[in-house]
Write a protein that binds this ligand. Structure first.
Ligand code: ADP
Length: 421
């Protein structure tokens, strides 16, 4: 194999994964250290322990001496407070924790611009403000930022993707003034860099692992953006559908779109924008209606040549945000066919139609015309459903190169280097 030149590390929901790639993007080595319980996944000391173990595993498989860059992606919106020496103060607040103090959410909505992604109960900024109020806090950082500090980075740094939901202004490239009015001293936030950008030379822990002294830390990204890049999507018009518990669409575009009423916000990655939206439909509905152990049997009995015509809108409970906004929207799963295979087909047809509506909505709001679709997540493993979705979207799908976010982060850094060095 070619020598490893870039390492990407992914702190996901199920564990830490590390990938080493060569100069031409080929994967040289992979390592993986799972979280064994949900509690482990929310414990910073465990994040660090698994990260250092994954790196040690990688070092056993590929020489680190040729590696020139290392970067990290983390779960989007997970934040923690640090003391003067960079150790956590109290527990972190995770990507899916609501801010424990509703007044903070209200303060933000009063001061943030109408289309800010930092608004709402799930705001990362609200979590950051809450954590900053503890005694002895000298920085509030994202999950990936903290792990770069543990690896040896001296000054807290983050990337635009992690910073987006913490209120960072991508147009002016600064933490905006209104953040102070919402209750946070901006000095507590890390400096922000473009995703994938070079930071300082490796020091501290990383320097002792066997990296060359010329190797640099790089700003990383979020797990969502990293997954997009891992698929190989990189051109304007490339769409990626994540068919996991929920349905999440991202479409590489020339312009950003911010439409908070639809939950649509836009990351900036390399030289394109990445608007995306998440529907409440998805695999969680399939799992609750049929159970994952029946999917193979039901899939074998699908008859794609005979659409059910039932026009279902599969949801677990009332309420939809994207592709349209209606907090009271009722699930449509009736009349329930007697044959579960027909019921299953109608549910898959319904989700496929929502995917179509979602891409149409992104394009209508200013995203690029959809030119290709790649799929990640559990639903991508169903080839019959894939055919149904291709028909609904009227487009042939492109296979994903990889679904490893760690590879996406390494690829991001490699592309940043090509464009900037
Ligand atoms: P998460 O978003 O939780 O990471 P995954 O990407 O692991 O989810 O996808 C899991 C979801 O995919 C489950 O809800 C499951 O019902 C669905 N799924 C898994 N296999 C299939 C299949 N063959 N056909 C349709 N849906 C599937």
């Amino acid at each position: 194999p070619l020598p490893a030149t870039v390492i990407g590390i992914d702190i996901g929901t199920s564990g830490v994964r590390a990938a080493a790639i060569s100069d031409n993007g080929e994967v040289v080595a992979l390592a993986s250290t799972p979280f064994f319980t949900a509690e482990e996944g929310r414990t910073p000391s465990i994040w660090w322990e698994r990260t250092s173990t994954a790196l040690a595993q990688l070092a056993a498989k590929a020489s680190l001496a040729s590696v020139g860059a290392i970067g990290i992606d983390g779960t989007s919106g997970t934040v923690l407070a640090l003391d003067r020496v960079g150790e956590p103060v109290g527990a972190p607040l995770m990507y899916n924790d609501n801010c424990p103090d509703g007044d903070i959410v209200e303060q933000i909505s009063r001061h943030a611009p109408a289309d800010s992604p930092a608004k709402g109960a799930s705001s990362a900024l609200a979590r950051a403000i809450f954590l900053a109020r503890q005694p002895g806090v000298s920085k509030v950082v994202h999950q990936a930022d903290w792990l770069l500090l543990k690896l040896g980075l001296r000054e807290a740094a983050t990337d635009e993707n992690n910073a987006l939901k913490t209120g960072y202004d991508l147009q002016r490239e600064k933490w905006p003034d209104w953040i102070e009015m919402a209750g946070l001293n901006r000095q507590l936030l890390p400096k922000v860099y473009r995703a994938g950008a070079a930071l300082s030379r490796v020091k501290g822990f990383a320097a002792k692992l066997g990296f060359a002294t010329t190797c640099r830390f790089h700003a990383g990204t979020t797990d969502g953006c990293a997954s997009f890049l891992a698929t190989g999507a990189s051109q304007i018009g490339d769409g990626v559908t994540a068919l996991g518990s929920t349905l999440v669409l991202k479409l590489a575009s020339e312009r950003p779109i911010n439409a908070p009423q639809y939950g649509i916000y836009s990351h900036r990655v390399l030289d394109f924008w990445l608007p995306g939206g998440a529907s409440n439909t998805g695999g969680a509905v399939i799992k609750s209606l049929f159970g994952d152990d029946r999917l193979a049997e039901l899939t074998a009995r699908l008859d794609v040549s005979r659409p059910t015509g039932l026009h279902f809108y599969p949801l677990l409970k009332r309420g939809e945000r994207f592709p349209f906004s209606d907090p009271d929207y009722a699930p449509r799963l009736e009349p329930r066919p007697e044959d579960d295979a027909i019921f299953f087909q109608a549910v898959l047809e319904g989700i496929s139609a929502i995917e179509r509506l979602g891409y149409d909505r992104l394009v209508e709001l200013g995203a690029a015309q959809l030119k290709s679709v790649r799929t990640v997540g559990g639903g991508s493993k169903n080839p019959t459903w894939t055919r149904m979705r291709q028909a609904a979207l009227g487009i042939a799908f492109t296979p994903s190169k990889s679904t490893e976010a760690a590879i996406g982060t390494a690829a991001l850094i490699l592309q940043w280097q090509r464009k900037n060095q």
